[in-house]
Design a protein around this ligand. Structure first.
Ligand code: ADP
Length: 605
């Protein structure tokens, strides 16, 4: 099969897909933007809630203590201490009282100062770092309280060093301020409330200095530059462990900050979310988007490829079908041409066959005539012999009669009669041979036909000293044949055998035998001559095939025999005998017993 040339140009598919991917890649930017907005909003909302919670908690803590100083200031046990500064019993009672209150309220320290700022009683009276006798007049909350306001202050305890938020209010005796009641709230726990999250807490005071934070390294750092007044105030009131808080550098690229200002304290509470949390989520979304895009492009590529394969296949099968159709058409035309040529040839053959049949017919007749010619010479020879004998027997008989030897003369006459019988037989064969026989097959006795054929060639056989080995049954065998035709065939085959034996030294033999096979009878003729040559085996049936010289043979014998046999419904087979020599078989159909009489005209014609 011819290979079908591909006419579809190959397009660079993957290059166009890559181009498509490049074109679609900018789509990731909006995705990035949307994802960032979404996650930022989410984070902001979440942080806002956390911040609200924290602020509520912080404010709750502060407000719980805010009201305590004025209330405590009204307690008689404390007022007594203020009224009688040297009364140690009163002082001890006040200390005990404050300690109890502290335990009940959860405050860090509660203490009472006289208007000079000296601490007269404190809840931590029994501790090493007790405030008792300490002077905190420098603290702003003291001054605020003395001014009649609620003092508020954040700072590091000068004694304890602990951070705390201070509420202070004046203790009144009538209109007169006789002391200041202070409560210090521990804020450390509000810091530890913050969980271990990526978000960080930052509480700055009015100076912008970090006072509470989830990151210990940020503590007491200034989130903004401090001015001179602020620095001076810090130096004066010492709210931090350091006089000059170092700056806090927060990279806005790293932190997303949300703040809330607490008006009551002047503080700012901030929650700082690391941008990386946001970026990570956004990156994941963009990566998923990119992956989806890639899968989409690959699917598209796959789809394109399949479509192309499908188109290729269709084109290929279309071309194959067209080629097939064309070839079928060509083949049909060839066949038509061949057919018409065959028709012509058949016609020619038929014509030739007719001519051949005609020629064969004529040749049969011609060969009969030729054989007749040949035979007439041998017949005249055969006839001359008995004629000469008859003549001498007759002359002899006359002489014998003259001498009254009638018995001897009778013997001679008997011999003369026998000789005439033989002559009549020879003439009958001659007629039988020359007759054109077109009759339908009839019952013919086989043995007499063989005898006749042998008789025709008897002289030659004797001359060549050929031994005849007959193996024929005594009972007459009847076959379907034509009397004359059968004899003609037999004498032809025997003549060929004699021809073949002529090339051979003694002993020369001819075997004649029969074999009955069902409704067929086989007559076997075998000689011990050289046998058929290879070409004779292949072509001997053909007219004019001969291996003999033109004087010896016409090459018509077997052709005529074959034709005659077939006309009789029989068959002529020939081969070489395994022990050498030719072996011919005449296959004839057996027949009903008939009458073996020579028609009278056979002799006359
Ligand atoms: P012709 O005898 O005139 O050649 P035939 O048709 O009778 O024609 O025989 C054809 C050929 O077949 C012969 O030339 C011969 O070669 C071969 N042939 C026939 N009979 C015999 C035989 N008995 N032995 C060997 N060859 C034979």
């Amino acid at each position: 099969m011819n290979s079908i040339p591909s006419t579809i140009p190959k397009r660079p598919r993957w290059r166009s897909l890559a181009l498509l991917a490049l074109l679609l890649a900018p789509l990731l930017w909006p995705l990035h933007y949307v994802a960032e907005r979404y996650y930022r909003t989410e984070l902001t909302e979440q942080n806002r809630q956390t911040l609200d919670l924290y602020v509520a908690n912080l404010l709750g803590t502060l407000r719980r203590y805010e009201v305590l100083p004025p209330i405590l200031g009204d307690l008689p046990g404390l007022r007594t201490v203020l009224a009688t500064p040297g009364d140690e019993t009163a002082q001890a009672a006040a200390n005990q009282l404050l300690k109890r209150v502290r335990q009940q309220t959860g405050a860090d320290v509660i203490y009472l100062m006289n208007p000079k700022g000296e601490t007269l009683a404190a809840s931590n009276w029994d501790q090493q770092d007790t405030f008792v006798r300490g002077n905190f007049a420098f603290r702003p909350y003291f001054q605020e309280a003395l001014a009649g306001r609620l003092g508020r202050f954040f700072g590091l305890g000068t004694t304890s060093g602990k951070r705390g938020y201070y509420f202070a209010s004046a203790v009144y005796d009538g209109d007169q301020k006789i002391g200041v009641m202070v409560i210090k709230v521990d804020l450390d726990h509000t810091e530890s409330l913050w969980g271990n999250t990526p978000e960080q807490l930052l509480v700055t005071d009015g100076n912008g200095v970090v006072i509470l934070t989830s990151r210990p390294d940020w503590r007491f750092h200034a989130s903004r530059p401090l001015d001179k007044a602020e620095r001076a105030s810090i130096a004066a009131i010492q709210p931090y462990p350091t006089q000059a808080p170092p700056p806090l550098q927060l990279d806005p690229e790293v932190w997303l900050t949300q703040s809330r200002v607490l008006d009551e304290t002047g503080w700012s509470v901030s929650i700082l979310a690391p941008r990386v949390v946001l970026d990570r989520s956004v990156r994941t979304v963009v990566a998923i988007g990119g992956g989806a895009l890639l899968v989409l492009i690959l699917l598209l590529g796959l789809l394109m490829q399949r479509r192309r394969h499908y188109l290729d296949r269709i084109a290929l099968s279309t071309r194959a079908r067209q080629e097939l159709e064309q070839r079928v058409q060509e083949r049909t035309q060839d066949l038509e041409r061949l057919n018409s040529r065959l028709k012509e040839e058949v016609l020619e053959r038929e014509q030739a066959q007719q001519e051949l049949v005609q020629a064969q017919d004529e040749l049969v007749q011609a060969s009969k005539l030729t054989a007749l010619g040949t035979m007439s010479a041998s017949i005249s020879h055969e006839l001359n012999q008995p004629l000469a004998a008859i003549r001498s027997y007759a002359e002899n008989a006359g002489v014998l009669l003259d001498h009254q030897r009638t018995e001897d003369a009778r013997g001679n006459l008997k011999l003369i009669s026998q000789l005439t019988e033989r002559m009549a037989s020879i003439i009958a064969h001659l007629r039988a041979f020359a007759r054109r026989d077109r009759h339908a097959p009839e019952s013919v006795a086989l043995q007499p036909a063989i005898d006749d054929a042998l008789a025709l060639l008897a002289k030659r056989r004797r001359a060549m000293d050929v031994e005849l080995i007959r193996d024929l049954p005594d009972a007459t065998l009847w076959v379907q044949a034509g009397e004359t035709r059968l004899r003609q065939v037999l004498s032809n085959l025997l003549a060929n055998a004699l021809d073949a034996l002529g090339e051979r030294p003694q002993p020369r033999r001819i075997w004649i035998s029969t074999e009955l096979r069902g409704d067929q009878l086989e007559l076997h003729l075998r000689d011990n001559g050289p046998g058929f040559s290879e070409s004779a085996l292949a072509h001997a049936r053909e007219p004019f095939f001969t291996t003999k010289t033109s004087a010896q043979g016409l090459g018509l014998g077997l052709a005529i025999c074959d034709t005659l046999m077939r006309a009789l419904g029989g068959e002529l087979l020939f081969a070489n005998h395994p022990q050498g020599g030719a072996h011919l078989i005449l296959r004839l159909r057996t027949a009903e017993n008939g009458v073996n009489i020579q028609p009278p005209e056979d002799i006359t014609v």
